[in-house]
Structure formats: structure tokens, C-alpha cells
Design a binder for this molecule. Structure first.
Ligand SMILES: [Zn+2]
Length: 432
């Protein structure tokens, strides 16, 4: 397998934890088996004579009996296989993921994206991106290196700056619309028919400290509305910003976190990887912000896109012992089932070629995510040695370009792209 040959060939710490290797092997097996399983599944579906129910391999089959038969057959061959949820808590969690997974599908609306393009100062953003790209290229050329980011990456960075500075407003307590005095939270209020029609299912009430009248703050999840209201908290910010990135032609992900936070991932064609972008913070490519920056513990970070779902927790939680919150909402094999199920749904209308491309991308990302864990572990081990040059708290702010570079970076204790930070990399992490 190509995996072996892509492992770092440099020197590794002598007491490198072998459990990582077995985990890696498990993951590898799991992916391979699931791909086999998917192919088998689509093969059986395409047959004109349907298989007998007991032989059905359709993951989404409503008959739990069929699935159990399939599962037990698969389980015998596998370390971990996606398992259908049975208890009500797991079913509830899987349903939640399905509901969340719809968010980025709403962006795939040409009318919406056209409308979005009318609010973005395109000329200004493109010109700025072009300038910065040229400077970036020149700087790298002077060092004899290839540029790290592509033009489209700079377009999104410009959008990010404009969005935070000029377009969207953060709202904690809305001002009183009558006397402009501050307001005090007054609980949830039922939505009016108009608010419901415009997609606000939750409306917060605020009492004015001056005139005592009630101010309403509808929480819109509908991106059309957000283009008009242009305000909100994390949810509105991430939703609207992600859609605008889509409007500018990037592939996007809307990332949900179980600790009630959301952000964006944009695919960098130049780097061939997903890049963390946080519109609220104006932050580009700083996936460690929440854990190592804000000292928060996270359990689940799930990325949703038009092509499915991915558990990207390892990108944001490098050291699960330090920053991982307990993952108790659902068994890992059930989570896997939910994710594969969402992928299957989103990809069923795609050509076999596109599906293959996405599977390759999934595998590539899986290697990237696994490398984060391995690297963090290697760094922790290195830091145990007396006189080690740096602590386990990574000074690596950037996600590595390739596994080999990542390995070299961690093993030699020197971030390769130290000077290459996002536009707002020095911002204060304690603002929240
Ligand atoms: Zn008032």
C-alpha cells in the first residue's frame, strides 16, 4: 500500500508509541473495507433483479433486519465498521447530524449566489487579492520557493477581511429600536407569522432598559435573510460567510462543533486541502485557535459540504488528552455510520468518476488528519526528554502541506512555515 511509503522516513523518537501504528492500521482497514463495501453495495443496487432481503447490502435500507444481517457479516471481517444506531440517544444524534448536513446544500442555488454577488464589492476584493498574490509570489520567488497560496486563497482572505470589517455586525443584545437604549434578555418569544415565513424559528426577546418595550431578535438560519439583516452571532456569521465563499467560487464546508460553535472550511485548490476560516475572528488557517488559543475542550467537529460529511475533530483537537472533551454522544462506529450515510445521500446522483475522486479526497484527508494526531503525539514524547528544544504546546500554527513536511517539522522541532501566518495571526485569542 502507498501508505507505508508515505510515512515519514526521517528519524523518529526511539520510544515512538506503537499503538499509533496499530490505530493507523485499523483506520486503513476500515477505509478499505468500507470502500469495498460501498462498491459491493452500489453493485447490488444496480442489478435489475433485486437481491433477496437477507442479502441486501443497502446501507440505507429501512429494514433493520437486513442491515443487521449485513452488519454482522461485515463485523466479522473488520476492526470497526459503521453501525446503524439502535438506542434512542444515538438515533437522535444521527438525526441531528442529518438536519445539520442540510445547511450547505442551501448554498447551491444560482439565484441566491447571484444575489450574493451583488452585495460583494467584487472589483475591490479581486484587485486586493491580485495585489497580495503578486507580492506573495514575488516574496517566495526571492527565496527560491514556490508560492504557498494561490490567487483564489487571496480572494477568500479579502472576502474575510471585508466581511468582518464592513459587512456583518455582531449582536449580543439588540438596541431598543424606539429609544436606542440597551436591552436586557427577556427569554424566548414565539415567532410572528412573518418571522416564521422568513425562516426564524427562534426569536429572542429583550426588554428595553429605558422605555421598557420589547425588542425582538429573530435568529435567521436562512441565508437569503442574512444577506438583508447582516447581523447575528456565530451561527449567522458562519452561515452567511460560508455562502459568500461559495458565491465566489470556492468549495466550502460548514463546520459544526458540539460545544455550540460553527465556522467555515474552504478548499484550497493550490494546497489541495481544506483550510480553516473563522469569519467572527477574521482568522485564516488557524485550526488550533479554539483549543490551544482559547483553552477549550472540544468533543466533535463535523464538517458538512455538498459532498457529504467528515469528522474533522483531529484538525482542531491535536492532542485529545489535553483538549478533547469526552465523546459520549454516540458510539464511534455509529458516528461513522451517520457520516457515511450522509456521504452516500449527497453522492448518489454523482457519476462514478466523481464518486471515485471524492473517495480519493476522503482518503487523502484521512491521512492528513491521522498525521496531526501522530505529530502531536511525537511532539509530546519529544517534550518529555530533558533539554528538548520546545514544549509540547505546538508553535506550529499552520497545517502542514504534506505528511513528510509535517513529520520533518515536528521531528526537527522547527515549524517550516513559521513566517507564513494568516492575515490576523497575531490577534488576541482571549476576546470571547
Ligand atoms: Zn426603548
Amino acid at each position: 500500500m502507498s501508505h507505508r511509503s508515505q510515512r515519514p522516513t526521517g528519524s523518529t523518537p526511539a520510544n515512538f508509541d506503537a499503538t499509533e501504528l496499530s490505530k493507523e492500521f485499523e483506520n486503513l482497514m476500515r477505509n478499505k473495507r468500507f470502500n469495498d463495501f460501498q462498491q459491493q453495495s452500489s453493485h447490488s443496487k444496480s442489478r435489475t433483479s433485486s437481491p433477496a432481503p437477507s442479502q441486501s447490502t443497502t446501507l440505507s435500507s429501512d429494514s433493520s433486519q437486513t442491515t443487521t444481517t449485513t452488519q454482522s457479516r461485515i463485523n466479522r471481517r473488520l476492526p470497526i465498521m459503521p453501525r446503524r444506531p439502535h438506542d434512542s440517544a444515538s438515533v437522535k444524534f444521527c438525526n441531528l447530524l442529518h438536519v445539520l448536513s442540510v445547511t450547505p446544500t442551501k448554498y447551491e442555488n444560482p439565484g441566491l449566489l447571484d444575489e450574493a454577488l451583488t452585495v460583494i464589492p467584487l472589483d475591490r476584493l479581486y484587485a486586493e487579492a491580485d495585489d497580495e498574490h503578486q507580492i506573495h509570489k514575488a516574496r517566495y520567488a526571492s527565496m527560491g520557493k514556490k508560492p504557498q497560496w494561490g490567487y483564489q486563497d487571496f480572494v477568500i482572505r479579502s472576502l474575510l477581511k471585508w466581511f468582518k470589517k464592513s459587512f456583518f455586525t455582531w449582536v449580543n443584545n439588540p438596541q431598543c429600536s424606539r429609544c436606542l437604549m440597551p436591552t436586557i434578555a427577556h427569554g424566548m418569544v414565539p415567532p410572528t407569522p412573518d418571522e416564521t415565513a422568513r425562516g426564524a424559528t427562534r426569536v429572542e426577546g429583550y426588554k428595553c432598559s429605558g422605555c421598557g418595550s420589547l425588542e425582538r431578535f429573530p435568529r435567521y438560519s436562512d441565508v437569503w435573510q442574512l444577506l438583508q439583516t447582516r447581523c447575528g452571532r456565530g451561527g449567522e456569521w458562519a452561515n452567511c460567510f460560508t455562502m459568500l465563499c461559495r458565491a465566489l467560487g470556492s468549495r466550502v464546508r460548514w463546520v459544526w462543533n458540539s460545544e455550540d460553535y460553527v465556522w467555515t472550511e474552504v478548499y484550497s485548490e493550490h494546497q489541495r486541502r481544506w483550510v480553516h476560516v473563522d469569519a467572527c475572528e477574521g482568522v485564516w488557517d488557524q485550526p488550533r485557535l479554539y483549543t490551544e488559543g482559547w483553552n477549550r475542550k472540544l468533543a466533535y467537529c463535523i464538517a458538512f459540504s455538498i459532498d457529504g460529511a467528515t469528522d474533522v475533530t483531529r484538525r482542531y483537537v491535536r492532542s485529545s488528552s489535553k483538549y478533547g472533551a469526552p465523546r459520549t454522544r454516540v458510539a464511534e462506529d455509529v458516528l461513522l455510520w451517520a457520516i457515511y450515510e450522509i456521504r452516500r445521500m449527497r453522492r448518489e446522483k454523482l457519476s462514478e468518476q466523481d464518486r471515485r475522486r471524492l473517495r480519493k479526497e476522503d482518503e487523502r484527508e484521512e491521512r492528513e488528519l491521522r498525521m496531526f494526531t501522530t505529530s502531536a503525539l511525537a511532539a509530546e514524547i519529544t517534550s518529555l526528554f530533558p533539554g528538548s528544544r520546545r514544549s509540547a504546546r505546538g508553535d506550529e500554527q499552520k497545517t502542514p502541506l504534506t505528511q513528510d513536511e509535517a513529520a520533518a517539522q515536528w521531528i526537527h522541532g522547527r515549524p517550516q512555515n513559521e513566517s507564513e501566518q494568516g492575515p490576523d495571526s497575531q490577534r488576541d485569542f482571549d476576546r470571547r
